[in-house]
Structure formats: C-alpha cells, structure tokens
Design a protein around this ligand. Structure first.
Ligand code: GLN
Length: 500
C-alpha cells in the first residue's frame, strides 16, 4: 500500500509508532499527484518544495516530542498529515486563483484562519485544488483552468464547486482536502466522488481568508476518506476567530469521543419533500438500504414534512447572486488581480475591460442577476421577499429538528453526470442543488457520506458512487458525525477506490 492511500487515523497511528515519517507520506502524495493530475486536473498548484520542507519540520517537531494541542486538547492528530486546499482559500505565498482568470496570478499576503490553524497543528499543504470559478457551480466545469474529471469515470464531472478537492481525496492524492460550501459545494462533490464531506454549522468556524461568495452562507469544511477523519479535521479548524465575528465562541465537543456512541434511541426524520419522483431509482434504492442498515444499528425513523423545501433553490438563487454581485465588486482591475492593458485611459474603462475580460460567463450572469435583484425598483420584490422566505425555511427546519435528532435525505437526485451535459443550461445546473440549499440557507450542519454505487440512468459504463445527506440541528455536528461513523463501521462503501 502506498502511503497516500492511508486515512488520517491510520497515518497518525503509524507516525506515532515511528513506522513512517511525514516526509515519506508527503513524498507519496506528491508522486500520486504527478501520476494522476494530468488525467484529473484536480490540482491547480502543487507546492512541492514547500510541502517537503513542512513535512521535514513536522518530523522534527515529532522527534522533539512536541504535541501541540488541538481544540479538544488531544495530542495533535494532524501533525505531519498532507492535505490540499480548495483554491478559494487564501494561502500566504502560494497563489490563490478561485479558478478565475481575474485572480490568475494573485498571491495573498496572509493565510486564511483555517490554514493558519492547520499550520499550527503541523499539517502539510501540498497545493491548491480546482473549483468552479468563485465557487459558482455544481460541476467544476466553470473553472477558467478547465474542468476536473471524476476519478470513477473520466467522462463525468466530479460535482462542484469543490470538485478538485473531492476528486483528489477519492483518487488518494492527499489524506484530506479543504472545501467550501455555500449551497452544496462540499456535499455534492463528496457524493459524486464517493467520499465524505462535512458542511459545518454557519458560525462554527472562521470564514476569514475565504474568497467571499455568499457571506451569509459560506462555510469551510473537510472532505475526507472517512467520517472519523472529517471529524478530526473539523476539530482542528473550528472555533472562534478575532478576524470573523460570525465565528461564535462556544465549548467545542470532543467529536472523536462522541462518534463511538451507538445509535440506540436516536430518532431520524425522513422529510417527504426530499423523496420525490425526480430521483433516480438507483439512488432511492440505496437510500432505502441505508435506512434499513441504520435501523439495524438502533436508529428509529419517522416521516416529517418540510413544505418550504420547494422554495430552497429559487430563494438561494436570489440571495446568492445578490451577495455575489456585491462581493465581486472588489475585483475591478485596480484593487485586486487582472488589469486589462488595452487602451486604458480612464478609470471606467479599466473597470469595465478588466471585469469584462477577467470574469467567466457564470460569474457575469450572477453579477447581473444580483445587481438586478438589489436595485431600487426590484429590491422588495426579489431580495427582501427571498430573505423572508429564507426565514420560513430556517424556522421550519429548526422546528422539525427540535422533534428529531437529525434528517436523512439523498445528497443529489442522481450520480455524476457527463461533462458538457448541463453546461449550456444554467437552470439545469442550479437544480442540481435541490437537496442541499435549504440547510445552507438555514445555516445548519450537513454531511454527505457514501451510500453505495448505482448505474447512471444515462447508461454509462460502470457503477458510480451515490451519497446520502444527514442534516443536523445548529451546532449538532456531533450527531451527524456519529450517525455517519456508525454507518461506516457497518458498511464498506467508503473503502472502495476508483481505478485510474
Ligand atoms: N451549486 C451551488 C452554486 O452554484 C453551490 C455553490 C457553493 O456551495 N459554493 O451556487
């Protein structure tokens, strides 16, 4: 077994036992990236030299007996563990493009808080992963640097927008990866690539140093090979931050400890609006089997109703473009990034040419939609109305989650689709988010875990991974992590690997 194939937990045990070093681990990951990235286009930047130096440092720290404490006070579980970060997370000295031409050569002068935390924990940054430009998308086809391919079938998308991170974890290019989730961008690609992706509660961790998309729903989170690994990463990156007042100060639970509890007495809700006829039979069969398995493990299931679910996608696609249009205003050819060179004699032409040439079509579409929804004559009818319905969605979810411990739904209505299949139709692409937007609008934690493999309805060659989503109450990461972990102890879907 090559060391890049290890989980964090396995690597941690071998590092502590002195059987391997971080330099060995990092070298194997870099080798795997070299071999596979030509096919996958999962990594946009690989920082080989820096990674090897960080690995050496981690080994030295370990040799000195240093074990910097984590949030939970345990010995550092990530010391010497190599990872990749989505390229909309700022990394000091290593370029951050957000997969946009407008930031093609942007090098941030500081680290995002989650990157600083991982540095302090001794994790090793291998490089940066591909995404839909500015995280706008559900397939990673909107990248200015070409699409990422799904390691299970290179003709298909890995999901998006954290497609590079999910593909990299599935193909064992790293031990874990960071993603961001604004309306599904960790969960959908995790589902399509057969890995585990946790979108934490809004406010559990810091957003400082993320390239802002929709500031009211953006959250960073882990994409990992197992639920246990995702828990270890979240434990290390969560917590308050002086640079982000929305990251709340609260007692962090010990996730790893809580995962071990069984599921007896746990009540899981099945929201009827998420079990629609639009879902592939292959997907709903696997979800039914997962429910049966969880029942065997002691969980009880009840049907619940969330009638406002149908407004999730429309509300999300008013609020998101509105915030996007405001957040992208800073990319004007003066303050950040690409500046058009042709015939700039006045400030307006610098703005319009730089933005016109630098942004891709989806970013422009969202800027226009958002500017429209926020403009004086339309604000009440669109943005304000959407915010009111958002509150209804949130209240409804909070109400149901006061009655049950968590909710179970499919992550996506079907397995990965073909590259190019939906690229020309933005509405089809937006509908990909049907099961994932409402937890984002409500700020709730949700996780996608592998539920098995199904044949795609379009008659592709092999079987493709399918994800199931667990939605928890606010700051109830411990509950969904526990259900996911117990499910993984009883199943082996998460252990299957694509052959590249
Ligand atoms: N598909 C969603 C969108 O395009 C997901 C975005 C995200 O979570 N970053 O907006």
């Amino acid at each position: 077994m090559r060391l890049n194939e290890l989980t964090i937990k396995q690597a941690q045990e071998k590092l502590i036992a002195g059987e391997i070093t971080s330099v060995d681990l990092t070298r194997d990951c870099l080798l795997a990236i070299k071999e596979a990235n030509g096919k996958l286009n999962a990594c946009l930047t690989v920082c080989e030299k820096e990674a090897m130096a960080e690995a050496k440092q981690a080994d030295e720290r370990r040799a000195k007996g240093e074990s910097p404490s984590t949030n939970s006070g345990q010995a550092a579980p990530l010391l010497g563990i190599p990872y990749l970060a989505k390229d909309n997370i700022l990394t000091k000295g290593v370029r951050t493009t957000a997969s946009s031409k407008i930031l093609e050569n942007y090098i941030a002068p500081y680290d995002a808080t989650i990157i600083s935390k991982l540095r302090a924990a001794g994790a090793v940054l291998l490089g940066k992963t591909n995404l839909d430009e500015f995280a706008h998308g559900a397939s990673t086809e909107n990248s200015a640097f070409g699409p990422t391919r799904n390691p299970w079938d290179l003709a298909r998308v890995p999901g998006g927008s954290s497609g590079g991170s999910a593909a990299a974890v599935a193909a064992d290019l790293c031990l874990f990866a960071l993603g961001t989730d604004t309306g599904g961008s960790i969960r959908c690609p995790a589902g399509f690539c057969g890995v585990t992706g946790l979108k934490p509660t809004y406010g559990l961790g810091s957003r400082y140093g993320l390239v802002a998309m929709t500031s009211s729903t953006d959250v960073p989170g882990p994409i990992a090979k197992t639920v246990l690994d995702a828990a270890l990463v979240e434990q290390a990156i969560a917590g308050p931050d002086d640079f982000d007042s929305t990251a709340v100060v609260r007692e962090m639970p010990d996730y790893e400890g809580e995962l071990k509890e069984n599921l007896f007495g746990l009540k899981i809700g099945l929201p009827e609006e998420f079990f629609t006829s639009g879902t592939d039979k292959g997907v709903s069969d696997l979800i039914d089997q997962a429910i049966a398995k969880l029942k065997e493990l002691g969980a009880e299931f009840v049907k619940v109703s969330l009638p406002h679910t149908k407004y999730g996608v429309p509300v999300y696609y008013i609020i998101t473009p509105s915030e996007v249009s405001s957040n992208l205003a800073r990319h004007d050819g003066i303050r950040f990034g690409y500046s058009a060179k042709d015939g700039n004699h006045d400030i307006t032409s610098v703005y319009t040419k730089s933005r016109g040439q630098g942004f891709g079509p989806e970013a422009k579409r969202r800027i226009m939609l958002g500017t429209y929804a926020l403009s004086a004559g339309y604000f009440d009818a669109y943005y304000l109305q959407a915010q009111k319905v958002r509150t209804k969605i949130k209240d409804e979810l909070d109400g149901v989650l006061a009655e049950v411990d968590c909710l179970l739904t499919p992550t996506s209505p079907h397995p990965a689709f073909k590259i190019g299949e939906k690229a020309a139709d933005p509405l089809q692409m937006y509908l990909e988010d049907i099961f994932v937007t409402s937890p984002s609008l409500a700020g709730l934690p949700a996780i996608s875990i592998p539920a098995g493999f199904a044949a795609p309805a379009d008659g592709g060659a092999g079987l493709l991974p399918v994800g199931l989503q667990l939605i928890g109450p606010r700051f109830g990461e411990n509950i969904i992590l526990r259900v996911g972990h117990q499910f993984q102890l009883a199943t082996d879907f998460h252990l299957k690997k694509p052959s590249l």
